[in-house]
Write a protein that binds this ligand. Structure first.
Ligand code: GLC
Ligand code: CA
Length: 549
């Protein structure tokens, strides 16, 4: 067992635009984060992952960067950044930054140069296809209105590639100069003392640059055809040699390739690439409107745990800025069960093997917002996919229903601090609507309620910190076929715990195997466990962890 600080950490993800506004422009800022550091410390978390705060025209809320060494005007200044980092470190909180280098903004100086002429020294920083060769073979764009990842640019009569929006041209990693630019950016922030990087869209940096036609339906296995290109591992090893290995930092890749072999090879310590991956398979469950199967959920998490049990390390999360709110997707966000199911899901995240991530507001049980009109949405992916669906003559009622549930804006609504206007997020008009349920769900109210989601979250974090079994212990699934209950043990040396999670709104009785002997309750989201012999009766969404004999 290889101990590391980043395995023992609990990570708190902040979407800076929505966390706390201090100057009344309706947009969260770095001073807002500084103001709330004591709150973050009070959660017991150790690391903050910040979504991008670099200079950006905000086509994709900061994931389109026009200057990697400057702070976005709306978020503040470099002095604010330096102060924020100092204040974090003072409190023993580490900072992980988003590294968005599969693409830059089209407003980045590199791209401005690159598009200006075919013989510009920056030409080869991006993927260009000269129009005299005909139209390039189709590539699908995640965010573009017409789904075409090749954008024609008349200045040089050529197409450039953009897997994301047309304002996010893909950088050409095959060019060693591009890679050196990236290392230089990394060193710039590391010299300031940051503690790691979350590698955005990293699977895509290495491409098959012949851009040959892809088989029909390739969009369904996008990682295989777009990502994990022939040189990815070589690039990562180079980055590790030149930068990562020189510092005590953590690196986490967004995505895990398309197979277990991919995932393991990204984080096998002997290969010296990255520290942890996060897989999307868990997140992809429940992306339909009809709920999800707990059996499938358990199978996915158990399979991933197994695959990385000996080598490498996983991230455990149920939400981020790209998906619905955790409780709305995997729990039950109605009045009756919202609190219980939020606590239950946080018990899951914080008792699994792998580094747990809490997306801001999930410690409070924040929910999806329930927008019904397209004009409420701000996300480029929502707006462009709406346009595309309309043009394709799709059933728009169905489309709006899906968007209402799955839109990324659900998770981007302002943090709910108190009961004052706009939940205490801003004195101005927030850039995205505040969830109307903020009077009940907010930090102030939950701070004062010992039974709140917030206080439960704190307790659960403490428990994880106190017992290394939650970090390093072996995982074993019980009752794989049970439709309501997720039960597993974790075991390290002579410490063994049993986690029982009722994922349903019905009470349920579980009969424990003869070799499982309960010693005492470590945590219980209802503070009321009912045991009769080897039977445990679980209430709807009850979560209990027992220390075993
Ligand atoms: C990642 C980010 C997402 C962003 C995309 C393009 O998936 O999480 O928010 O839009 O990359 O950078
Ligand atoms: Ca502001």
């Amino acid at each position: 067992m290889n101990k590391k600080w980043w395995k023992e950490a609990v990570i708190y993800q902040i979407y800076p635009r929505s966390f706390k506004d201090t100057n009344g422009d309706g947009v969260g800022d770095l001073r807002g984060i500084i103001e709330k550091l004591d709150y973050i410390k009070s959660l017991g978390v150790d690391v903050i992952w910040l979504n991008p705060i670099y200079a950006s025209p905000n086509d994709d809320n900061g994931y389109d960067i026009s200057d990697y060494k400057a702070i976005m005007d709306e978020f503040g200044t470099m002095d604010d950044f330096d102060e924020m980092l100092r204040e974090m470190h003072k409190r023993n909180i580490r900072l992980v930054m988003d590294l968005v280098v599969n693409h830059s903004s089209d407003e980045h100086r590199w791209f401005q140069e690159s598009r200006s002429s075919r013989d510009n020294p920056y030409r080869d920083y991006y993927h260009w296809w000269p129009a005299e060769k005909g139209k390039p073979a189709p590539r699908f764009s995640f965010f573009d209105v017409n789904s075409d990842a090749w954008m024609y640019d008349s200045t040089t009569n050529a197409y450039y590639l953009h897997y994301f929006s047309r304002k996010q041209p893909d950088l050409k990693w095959e060019n060693p100069k591009v890679r050196q630019e990236v290392y230089d950016i990394m060193r710039f922030w590391l010299a300031k003392g940051i503690d790691g990087f979350r590698m955005d869209a990293f699977q895509y940096v290495s491409k098959d640059t012949t851009f040959k036609p892809l088989p029909e339906g390739y969009e369904k296995d996008i990682i295989k055809y777009y990502g994990m290109g022939p040189n990815l591992h070589e690039y990562l090893q180079e980055m590790n040699r030149e930068v990562i290995s020189q510092y005590d930092i953590m690196t986490v890749a967004e995505g895990a390739g398309s197979t277990f072999e991919d995932a393991i090879s990204l984080v096998d310590p002997e290969r010296k690439e990255l520290d942890m991956v996060y897989h999307f398979e868990g997140m992809d469950i429940g992306n339909g409107l009809g709920g999800y199967s707990l059996k499938e959920f358990k199978e996915v998490y158990s399979r991933w745990d197994n695959a990385l049990a000996d080598k490498g390390w996983l991230s455990i999360f149920l939400a981020n800025h790209d998906v619905p709110r955790m409780v709305s997707k995997f729990g039950n966000d109605g009045d009756v069960f919202r609190q219980a199911s939020s606590k239950m899901l946080n018990t899951f995240i914080l008792s699994m093997r792998g580094t747990p991530y809490c997306y801001y507001g999930d410690e409070l049980g924040m929910t999806n917002i329930d927008f019904d009109d397209i004009s409420d949405y701000k996300d480029i992916s929502a707006i462009n996919s709406y346009q595309a669906a309309k043009e394709a003559g799709k059933d728009m009622d169905e489309f709006m229903k899906k968007l209402n549930f799955l839109s990324r804006d659900n998770a981007r609504t302002p943090m709910q601090w108190d009961t004052t206007s706009y939940a205490g997020f801003t004195n101005g008009t927030p850039w995205l609507a505040v969830n109307p349920n903020f009077k009940a769900i907010n930090v102030e109210v939950e701070n004062n309620d010992p039974a709140s989601c917030l206080n439960y979250f704190r307790k659960m974090v403490q428990l994880r910190k106190e017992y290394p079994v939650f970090v390093y212990g072996d995982y074993e699934l019980l009752f794989p076929d049970h439709e309501q209950v997720y039960a597993y043990t974790r075991e390290l040396d002579d410490e063994k715990v049993l986690v029982l999670l009722n994922f349903s709104e019905k009470p349920v009785k579980v009969t424990l195997p003869a070799n499982v002997k309960l010693k005492e309750v470590m945590i219980d989201n209802m503070d009321d466990d009912e045991v009769e012999g080897s039977d445990v009766n679980l209430k709807p969404y009850q979560a209990i962890i027992y220390l075993l004999l």
